[in-house]
Design a protein around this ligand. Structure first.
Ligand code: DC
Length: 222
């Protein structure tokens, strides 16, 4: 008996809003028979819990205490927060406005990063998408992909998803969140030095997934 566990297979998919992370990460997880975790949904779920409790997401102590105590169940198609179905609300404008302050809170990040690592150990690995997976959560991931796309294309994609918002509103929200994500002090959005950058502006989902699969195959044979 060797007593050694098989190595965990972790794929990190990072990048800004609208770069195609969720769709690509889900498809990749399915193809590789791995579990998928949307870590952005965790930050959104904490923002939801703070708002639901009548708190202010800018109140660092209240928000970090909420993150430590909240019961999160981040499923493939459903997000439960303290037993309440928050799947729709976490994508709504109120949570989208509040989430940047939550994600900038270093105590919240510490708590969620630790839950993300525990999740991967429990699942025996997985495909995780977010902003800091390759840089902070799993710096030793088997493959790190940084997805990007032109801001106009990212806004067009988001505007198509959100039928109640027009392009200008979405473009402004994406620009605001890009600025906050990249300039915050705690784990800002940045490409890991060893990440492969994939620009998805002119690629469809299948092409992106095929590109990533080739990267994985290439690594296996090298
Ligand atoms: O990917 P998204 O738009 O659902 O992410 C919501 C927010 O959470 C966004 O402001 C970036 C932040 N986030 C983060 O800071 N770190 C992660 N690993 C995932 C998301």
């Amino acid at each position: 008996m060797s007593g050694q566990n098989p190595p965990m297979r972790v794929i990190a998919i990072d990048g800004p809003a609208g770069s195609g992370k969720s769709t690509v990460a889900r498809a990749l997880a399915k193809r590789l028979s791995l579990k998928y975790l949307d870590t952005g949904a965790m930050y959104r779920a904490v923002a939801f819990a703070v708002l639901r409790a009548g708190g202010d997401p800018g109140d660092a102590e209240f928000t970090s205490a909420t993150a430590r105590l909240v019961d999160l169940d981040i499923g493939l198609d459903r997000v439960m927060v303290d037993g309440v179905d928050a799947t729709v609300e976490i994508r709504g404008p109120e949570v989208s406005r509040a989430v940047s302050a939550v994600a900038a809170n270093s105590e919240v990040r510490k708590e969620l990063v630790s839950r993300q690592r525990e999740w991967a150990v429990r699942q025996g690995g997985g495909v995780l998408e977010g902003r800091d997976i390759g840089t902070v959560v799993f710096p030793d991931a088997e493959l790190k992909v940084y997805l990007t796309a032109d801001p106009e294309e990212r806004a067009r994609r988001r505007a198509r998803e959100m039928t109640d918002l027009d392009y200008e509103q979405v473009a402004a929200d994406i620009a605001r969140r890009d600025a906050l994500d990249t300039t915050r002090a705690a784990d800002p959005l940045v490409e890991a030095a060893d990440a492969t950058v994939v620009n998805t502006t002119d690629l469809d989902i299948d092409e992106v997934v095929a590109t990533i699969t080739r990267l994985l195959d290439g690594e296996a044979s090298s």
